[in-house]
Design a protein around this ligand. Structure first.
Ligand code: PMV
Length: 315
């Protein structure tokens, strides 16, 4: 018998980078983009992970060996050790439609699915919080110093108001928000972006600290608007655009991202910003129904390699 698991992509609506410094961030799942796994028990030795989109086929023979090099093998082995079942065997087929290294949380989604798959091979059904803790460990490999926002939104698949070292709190949105997600086509390392902000922070703390604090204030204001009865789309859009300007000050935007943000605003979006680590990857724009097509067209004209429409809200 085979079992199936999946996990969604995510977007950060407000607060990326500042969240690493203890400020709040808001993230939501994108359920239409997913990583899926099919798990088959097998008599062969070890765990075989087939990840065709990543061009990888990895066999984890000895989960007790902590020196696994590939991140996929590492998280599988780490999970097996955490379950105290280092001698698991079986096959995991992974498929993903989340683009890699583009601010959509592909690493966290792949890890979430792998943790659940390995646990299934061990006959264990883990609670979401236990999955979340294991996935956070794998995020450390991708990022170095992750805030924990990516793994939490992807594992629980719910809109999240997240503050590092605080209990996470899920959002109750009372309106729907149409978001366009546009890809610059440029892959960028979150770790390099996070390290760059750290350098800037250390060199010029007097200027950078207020920027980080203002981003936190924006996340808090955005939460109130998102949870209000009436939605307040124009005010939210203005907060998004201000958040983008502050991310520019943290030097994590790029000419391509700025071009897409400008194009969305000029075509009638309520607001727009980069989403995730930045320096490439994706941006998001808040639009109303009438502007879905014109803003999508403007984004493509301005260089987006792909535009996705998603609705977040009323859960
Ligand atoms: O680039 P992504 O999707 O992994 O998002 C990273 C979000 C940051 O705030 C930049 C880093 C973090 O650990 O929260």
């Amino acid at each position: 018998m085979s079992l199936a698991f999946s996990a969604p992509a995510k977007i950060i609506l407000f607060g990326e980078h500042a969240v690493v410094y203890g400020q709040p961030a808001i993230a939501v799942p994108v359920s239409s983009l997913r990583v899926r796994a099919v798990v088959h028990p097998a008599a062969s030795a070890g765990i075989l992970i087939r990840a065709r989109d990543l061009g990888q086929e990895i066999r984890v023979l000895d989960a007790a060996d902590p020196n696994e090099q590939s991140p996929l093998a590492w998280i599988a082995a780490y999970t097996a050790r955490a379950l105290e079942q280092p001698a698991l065997s079986g096959e995991i087929d992974l498929k993903s439609d989340i683009p890699l290294a583009s601010g959509l949380g592909s690493g966290a989604a792949i890890s979430a699915v792998l943790v659940r798959s390995v646990a299934a091979l061990g006959g264990v059904r883990l609670e979401d919080q236990a999955v979340n803790e294991l996935v956070y460990q794998s995020e450390k490999i991708y990022h170095g110093n992750p805030s924990g926002v990516d793994n939490t939104v992807v594992v629980f698949e719910r809109g999240l108001y997240f503050r590092r070292n605080y209990p996470h709190s899920f959002m109750t949105m009372r309106s729907n928000y149409r978001i366009l997600i546009a890809d610059t086509g440029i892959r960028a390392s979150t770790k390099i972006a996070v390290d760059g902000v750290r350098r800037l922070f250390e060199q010029d703390r007097d200027h950078i600290e207020p920027v980080i604090q203002e981003i936190g204030i924006i996340s808090a204001e955005a939460r109130e608007l998102l949870e209000s009865q009436t939605g307040q789309h124009p005010a939210l859009g203005a907060l998004m655009s201000r958040n983008h300007a502050l991310l520019q000050m943290l030097q994590v935007s790029s000419p391509e991202l700025d071009q897409l943000v400008d194009a969305a605003q000029n075509a009638g979006a309520f607001g727009a910003k980069l989403s995730g680590g930045g320096m490439g990857g994706n941006m998001i724009a808040l639009v109303d129904e009438a502007h879905i097509v014109p803003v999508s067209e403007a984004l493509k004209q301005a260089g987006a390699v792909r535009v996705i429409h998603t609705t977040v809200g009323e859960n």
